[in-house]
Write a protein that binds this ligand. Structure first.
Ligand code: OGA
Ligand code: NI
Length: 345
């Protein structure tokens, strides 16, 4: 395996090798509808208002959260209570991981898609025709905590960070349940979130000599419920919104949250998982850290019966065990919402 970091650091690299040409600037980008600036304002959720004792503030924030899930599938979370030093510390630890020697990192190379620790490049090199300008470290961290033993200190800081993330996720899921007119703890209980699958995904996108030709990650949706992403101050995440690719310019220290396929399934299609991608640039190394939070692996997820009955709709999706879904997504090409389409009724 040749990491993209090693490739990008080769002194005579002036163009993108053919296998990395993904042509992200398809005609689609030029013909995208022009939306008003006001239509491109990414929703912001102030978490302190959602958890505050003030019932008016809370219900107003629940409405905003529901609207963000319905209209965007994406929002930024501020006032979440996770300390800044923890966020910057875990990003710094990810940088140190990618700075380990190639040999050291290869100790963590996963052989199978469900291996608990998996260092690799691109997305799923065994099935891809095009490679992506990205190295990654993926670790299954809940309900059982796995972690590489290098670099020193990262495992401890990650453990603390992940614990705090789960608290934020539980608050958001309560608000989202409520916004769907379900009991506060409906999602938590039905999807066994106390033993939820949580995945730590560190992404490294080194500078690219021809960023217009290569892609960090192709358009895709995430499989779980909510993914919380932070980055090292360098942008690159784009989300699809009303036919446009919208650049995400985060409020400092906020979480970038996207809704996943299982929220779309649970909500019977009311909340659509957002299609997003990562583009690269020629100047800076970008590091992002995505924490994917899903149901428990053994849980069979289907549309909430109350949502199907009360709107006398038919279920938009078949029930599927989360584990089977994750395996399907991780063993295929990452491509838009192709896996969700397989479970549509
Ligand atoms: C992901 C992802 C986007 C980014 O890891 O699933 O979408 O900006 N990452 O790195
Ligand atoms: Ni993603």
């Amino acid at each position: 395996m040749i990491s993209i970091k090693a490739l990008a650091e080769s002194p005579d690299l002036t163009s993108v090798p053919p296998t990395y040409i993904a042509n992200p600037k398809t005609p689609n980008d030029e013909t995208q509808p022009q939306l008003e600036h006001s239509q491109l304002q990414i929703p912001i959720i102030d978490l302190s208002l959602l958890t505050s004792g003030d019932p008016d503030q809370r219900s107003k924030t629940i409405t905003e959260l529901g609207k963000a899930c319905q209209d965007w599938g994406f929002f930024m979370v501020t006032n979440h209570g996770v300390p800044e030093r923890l966020m910057s510390g875990v990003i710094e630890g990810c940088r140190e991981f990618f700075d380990l020697s190639e040999e050291e990192k290869l100790e963590f190379e996963g052989k199978h898609v469900m291996d608990p620790i998996r260092y690799g490049t691109s997305f799923n090199a065994s099935v891809e025709k095009v490679s992506y300008w990205r190295d990654f470290l993926k670790v299954l961290v809940h309900p059982h905590f796995h972690f590489p033993n290098k670099p020193s200190g990262l495992s401890e800081i990650a453990l603390e960070y992940l614990k705090q993330i789960r608290v934020v996720v539980v608050s958001l899921l309560e608000g989202i349940s409520k916004s769907l007119d379900l009991e506060d703890n409906y999602i938590y209980k039905t999807l066994n979130v106390d033993s939820s699958l949580q995945i730590f995904i560190a992404n490294l996108y080194p500078p690219c000599p021809q960023p217009e030709l290569a892609m960090g990650l192709p358009p895709h949706s995430d499989h779980g419920l909510l993914t919380l992403l932070i980055q090292n101050g360098i942008g690159g995440l784009q989300i699809q919104h009303k036919g446009n690719w919208v650049n995400v310019n985060p409020i400092p220290n906020s979480f970038l949250v996207n809704t996943g396929d299982h929220l779309e399934i649970l909500s019977n299609g009311k909340y659509k998982s957002v299609v997003h991608r990562a583009v690269v640039n020629s100047n800076d190394t970008r590091i992002s850290l995505a924490i994917a939070n899903g149901p428990a692996l053994e849980t069979v997820v289907r549309p909430a019966s109350k949502l199907v009955e009360s709107h006398s709709q038919s279920p938009a999706f078949i029930g599927i065990k989360y584990k089977d879904y994750v395996q399907l997504q991780q063993s295929n090409n990452l491509c838009d919402k192709s896996i969700l389409d397989r479970v549509r009724n």
